[in-house]
Ligand binder design. Structure first.
Ligand code: ZN
Length: 382
């Protein structure tokens, strides 16, 4: 516990991949390679705010809402804010739990979460079309796309330093834990692709997370990889907040186990023939599994060939399984555990997790009862 930490600012640079983590920010604190829990925004954000993997929070797209039975970062005993543009659909995903309060007026103690869109297409702020138009047009000029992305990373970095200046001006910087991260990565021409969402590949899965506070200088004991689900439990431990919530994540400054990350995406989101892509990752690679009939995979393959890719690469990533980098032992079984049990994702003790590893079906009622008791206590009825 760090008594001087009272507040948290989480800055999520949307679609910022690991290998583009800005050096200016990396220099400020411990930087961890992070497995994104999904390749698209709503699923990843739901994991960031709940500390749970996608099979538990159930958010696949913007029209899904985090269950009321799950605790979120917005239930912490603090002034909370989710700051983004006014029409951001994530407010619906969060169930309107957090108001949109700017950093220059939120009062202590606070939890401030911001989604910054510079690194999300279209990167060029003068472009007037949609993100999809921008990606489509950029296929003909990938070098400009790449240049625009690099400029966008610089703009996001400038915004982050602007937030630091705001905290400094208000005299809050010493008491605020800063976290810089991203919800997923971005294709910049790999496999003939631009943008994000599908397929599940290292360019989308790995993102940076930087923890910044004057008390955080012990870089030797950090794990080689962390996950989105670790952000909330790490915050709770560092701030010394007393809650008895359960998470699938761990405090990255205390853990001494090797971690595995789970990433899940459904694609395409809006059609009945979507496929589910499940995967597990360590710092060197991942195992990706497509769940869906051969017919569905064929339809997705044709969709990819027609609309997104200029190569034959879709034939490879529509295969039922695909391996990136290092071979993972018992990968298939680990995916089963992430999808059917609560797990901390320890590589060598995959069944270990909160709730004594009960099956999900046995736990749904217990979660509901716990939530109800807490609510009644708050209302002073018991
Ligand atoms: Zn995103």
């Amino acid at each position: 516990m760090h008594a001087e930490m009272k507040n948290v600012m989480i800055f999520v640079s949307d679609a910022l991949r690991w290998d583009y983590a800005p050096e200016r920010i990396r220099k400020l604190g411990p930087t961890l390679k992070t497995v994104a829990q999904s390749c698209h925004t709503p699923t990843s954000f739901a994991s960031i705010v709940t500390g749970m993997n996608p099979p538990k929070h159930g958010v696949e797209w913007f029209y899904h809402r985090i269950s009321r039975d799950l605790y979120t970062i917005f239930d912490l005993p603090a002034n909370v804010s989710y700051y983004s543009h006014r029409y951001d659909a994530l407010h619906q995903v969060f169930g309107k739990r957090a108001p949109c309060i700017p950093l220059d007026s939120i009062q202590e103690p606070f939890v401030y979460l911001e989604k910054n869109l510079h690194t999300h297409a279209p990167y060029n702020s003068f472009y007037s079309g949609t993100a999809a138009d921008y990606v489509r047009e950029s296929k003909k000029k990938p070098e400009i796309y790449l240049r625009d992305y690099e400029i966008a990373v610089e703009k996001a970095t400038n915004d982050f330093f602007d937030r630091i200046r705001t905290l400094k001006r208000r005299g809050l910087l010493d008491r605020t834990l800063l976290i810089f991260t991203s919800d997923h990565g971005e294709f910049l021409g790999e496999y003939g692709l631009l943008g994000h969402g599908f397929p599940c590949a290292p360019e989308l899965v790995y993102v940076p997370t930087v923890f910044i506070h004057s008390s955080l200088d012990n870089k030797d004991s950090l794990p080689t990889i962390m996950r989105h689900v670790d952000i909330l439990p790490t915050i709770i431990d560092l701030l010394g907040i007393k809650v008895d919530w359960a998470f699938e994540g761990v405090n990255v400054f205390e853990v001494d186990e090797t971690l595995l990350g789970y990433c899940r995406v459904t694609f395409p989101h809006l059609f009945p023939w979507k496929i589910v892509v499940s995967s597990i990752w360590n710092e060197k690679g991942g195992f990706v599994k497509l769940q869906g009939s051969a017919l569905r995979r064929l339809i997705v393959l044709l969709h990819e060939l027609m609309y997104r890719s200029q190569t034959l690469e879709p034939f490879a990533y529509c295969k039922r399984v695909r391996q990136f980098g290092e071979h993972l032992i018992n990968a298939d079984e680990s995916i089963e555990v992430f999808e059917n049990e609560y797990t901390y994702g320890y590589a060598n003790k995959i069944h270990e997790g909160p709730f004594n590893n009960k099956k999900i079906s046995e736990l749904v009622m217990r979660l509901r009862v716990r939530r109800k008791i807490r609510k009644m206590k708050l209302e002073k009825r018991i």
